[in-house]
Design a protein around this ligand. Structure first.
Ligand code: DAT
Ligand code: MG
Length: 138
């Protein structure tokens, strides 16, 4: 049994489209437990820490602008291999090609959609999860 915690963000598109409940329900239905939950207006400083690995990439600035465009919902989920499990549930980064049955594949809109509008974030390793949980839940 490998109980882990992960940071999940419901991005501004998910919150604005009233998909928060539907997304959280899928995570809970897979068996993961909600540990913390809050709605947050992110700041540029917070996002710079969160997306540290992407600073300087061509999509960084549009990504940050998008993440500042409305409130996000931040959650900590706990469960057996939840880091990997949530990323599998979320689907691949680009919602256009994310598999049907995944959050991004099912809810990602396909008209003029930008890749950053992919509804959710999930930590990609135990180190990232520890780091990101500290950033969003001090
Ligand atoms: P993920 O969110 O699947 O872990 P990532 O960490 O590589 O993906 O990138 C963080 C976010 O940046 C991602 O959710 C959407 C955006 N992004 C990534 N690659 C992109 C690209 N090529 N064009 C536009 N946005 C991109
Ligand atoms: Mg990532």
């Amino acid at each position: 049994m490998t109980t882990e915690r992960t940071l999940v963000l419901i991005k501004p598109d998910g919150v604005a489209r009233n998909l928060t409940g539907a997304i959280l329900a899928r995570i809970e239905a897979k068996g993961y437990s909600l540990v913390e939950l809050k709605k947050v207006d992110a700041t540029r400083e917070l996002l710079e820490q969160h997306y540290e690995e992407h600073v300087g990439k061509p999509f960084y600035e549009p990504l940050v602008e998008f993440m500042l465009s409305g409130p996000v919902v931040a959650a900590i989920f706990e469960g057996h291999r939840v880091i990997e499990g949530f990323r599998s549930l979320a689907g691949t980064t680009d919602p256009t090609t994310a598999a049907p049955g995944t959050i991004r594949g099912d809810f990602g809109r396909d008209w003029g959609l930008k890749v950053q509008q992919n509804l959710v974030h999930g930590s990609d390793s135990t180190d990232s999860a520890d780091r990101e949980i500290k950033i969003w839940f001090q």
